[in-house]
Ligand binder design. Structure first.
Ligand code: PMT
Length: 399
C-alpha cells in the first residue's frame, strides 16, 4: 500500500524524535519515498545526517540553504506529497498548526499541503490532557487532519499516562489502512442528498425542518476520501464541502431535489438519501407577503414527490440504495416499513428519543437495518465516525 507513495515526514522537538529514525526505515522498506522536514528543536533530538542517510534525501529545515542561499519550496513539497505525517508532533507544533503560526519550515509546509495530514502527538500526560492541547487537536480534526492518538505508558518525565507517541509499526499500519480505504470506492459514483428543503409560502416565508446537512456532508466527505466521485445534492445549509471529489449541486425545494436526483441516479453506483425532505409544500405561492388580518390562516398543502421511493423503483440490480429514517416513536417498525415501501437495500435509523442523535448536533446514534432483516446498533459517535460506520457496513455487505 505504501509502495511508491511520497511522504513528507515532519519531525519536531520531542524525545520521541529518536523513533522517527525507525519510522523512516519502515516507510522506506515499504517502498515509500520520504522527505524529512524538521524543526530547529527537532534537530536537538536527532541529527539531519541520520535522517538524510536513511531517506537518501537532504533534510529540509530552514527556508534557505545556508551555504548557497537555495530556496526550499514548501509549496512544491505541498504539491509533491501523497501524505504528510508529523511524528512526533509536540504541543507547540500542534498549537502552531491549529492557529496558522507559520514561523518555521514545517508549519509553512503544513499550510501549503494539498495531501492528507496525519499527526502523531508526543508529550507529557498533563500537556496532552490540557484543554488548550485538546482544543487545538479538535481544531486540527475540524481541518480534516487525522490524529494518531498517543499511547499510554512510561513517559520521558518518568510519569505514566497518555502522551507517548504511537510506535512506528502502528503508525505505518495506520497509513496503510488509510491508503487501502482510500481506494475502496475508486471509480464509484455516489449520489448523496443532504440538508432540509424549503417549501416557499410567500417571498419571506417557507416551511422546512431543523436539518443542518451535517450528517449528509459527513457521508459525502467519507465517500470522497475513499475515492468515490460524489454528487452531493444539498438543500439550503451553511456548510462547505471541502473534498475535491465532491460535486455539490444546490437545490431549494423537494421538487427541485427530486428532479436532480432522478436525473442523476441512473448513472450512479449508489444513492444515500440523508436529506430531510419536506413531505408537503404549500398548494400556492403568494407573490406578495401574506399580511396578518387577525383571522386564522388555513394553508392547503400538497404532497411532495417521494425521492427515495422513486429511486427505489428505478434501481437496477447493480445499484445500492440507502435511506434514512428519522423517528420519534415506534422507531423500528417505522424504519422497517420505509425500507420495504421505498425498496431500499439499507435504512439508517436515528431517533429523536436518543440524546445527541438526529438534527443539528455534531453527533448521531444509529441502527442500520438491511433488506435481509439484519439489524446492527451503533453507539453515539461524531457524525464523521457515524458516516465511516455506515460506509464500512455497506461495503462489508456488498463484497
Ligand atoms: O442534517 P443534520 O442536522 O445532520 O441531521 C441529520 C438527519 C437527522 C436529517 C439525518 O440523519 C436523517 O435522519 N435524515 C432523514 C430525515 C427524514 O426525512 O427521514 P424520513 O423518515 O422522513 O424519510 C425517510 C427517507 O425517505 C429518508 O431517506 C429521506 O431522505 C427520504 N425521503 C423522504 C421524503 C421525501 N419526500 N423524499 C425522500 O426521499
Amino acid at each position: 500500500m505504501l509502495n511508491g507513495k511520497k511522504i513528507v515526514l515532519g519531525i519536531t522537538g520531542s524525545i520521541a524524535a529518536y523513533k522517527a529514525a525507525f519510522l523512516c526505515r519502515l516507510l522506506i522498506k515499504k517502498g515509500a519515498e520520504v522527505q524529512v522536514v524538521i524543526t530547529p528543536a527537532g534537530k536537538e533530538f536527532i541529527t539531519p545526517v541520520t535522517l538524510s542517510t536513511l531517506t537518501n534525501k537532504p533534510v529540509v529545515s530552514a527556508f534557505f540553504a545556508a551555504n548557497d542561499g537555495t530556496w526550499h519550496s514548501h509549496v512544491d513539497m505541498g504539491l509533491w506529497a501523497d501524505v504528510m505525517l508529523i511524528a512526533p508532533a509536540t504541543a507547540a507544533t500542534i498549537g502552531k498548526m491549529a492557529n496558522g503560526i507559520a514561523d518555521n519550515m514545517l508549519i509553512t509546509t503544513y499550510l501549503s499541503m494539498k495531501a492528507p495530514v496525519f499527526v502523531a502527538p508526543a508529550m507529557d500526560l498533563d500537556m496532552y490532557a490540557h484543554p488548550s492541547t485538546q482544543a487545538n487537536l479538535e481544531k486540527l480534526k475540524s481541518y480534516g487532519n487525522h490524529i494518531i492518538e498517543p499511547a499510554s505508558g512510561f513517559l520521558a518525565s518518568s510519569l505514566e499516562g497518555k502522551g507517548r507517541m504511537e510506535e512506528p509499526e502502528a503508525i505505518v499500519a495506520y497509513l496503510e489502512t488509510f491508503f487501502e480505504k482510500n481506494q475502496q470506492l475508486s471509480k464509484k459514483k455516489i449520489l448523496i442528498t443532504a440538508g432540509p428543503t424549503y417549501e416557499k409560502l410567500d417571498p419571506v416565508r417557507y416551511i422546512s425542518n431543523y436539518s443542518s446537512g451535517k450528517m449528509g456532508f459527513a457521508l459525502a466527505e467519507v465517500c470522497a476520501e475513499r475515492g468515490a466521485e460524489v454528487f452531493l445534492l444539498s438543500g439550503p445549509v451553511q456548510l462547505q464541502a471541502k473534498h475535491q471529489g465532491i460535486k455539490r449541486i444546490d437545490v431549494e425545494s423537494a421538487v427541485e431535489m427530486y428532479q436532480a436526483a432522478t436525473r442523476l441516479f441512473p448513472s450512479m453506483d449508489a444513492g444515500i438519501l440523508c436529506a430531510a425532505v419536506a413531505d408537503y409544500r404549500p398548494a400556492s405561492f403568494a407573490e406578495k407577503k401574506i399580511k396578518r388580518n387577525g383571522e386564522a390562516l388555513h394553508l392547503e398543502l400538497l404532497p411532495n414527490p417521494d425521492i427515495a421511493a422513486s429511486l427505489g423503483k428505478m434501481k437496477t440490480q447493480a445499484q445500492v440504495l440507502v435511506g434514512f429514517a428519522l423517528e420519534t416513536d415506534n422507531e423500528m417498525q417505522n424504519a422497517k416499513n420505509k425500507l420495504q415501501k421505498k425498496n431500499l437495500d439499507f435504512i439508517v435509523l436515528n431517533s429523536l428519543q436518543d440524546a445527541g442523535a438526529g438534527f443539528k448536533g455534531d453527533t448521531n446514534k444509529i441502527s442500520i437495518l438491511t433488506a435481509q432483516g439484519e439489524k446492527v446498533d451503533f453507539p453515539l459517535k461524531s457524525k464523521k465516525a457515524v458516516a465511516e460506520d455506515i460506509i464500512d457496513f455497506i461495503l462489508s455487505h456488498n463484497e
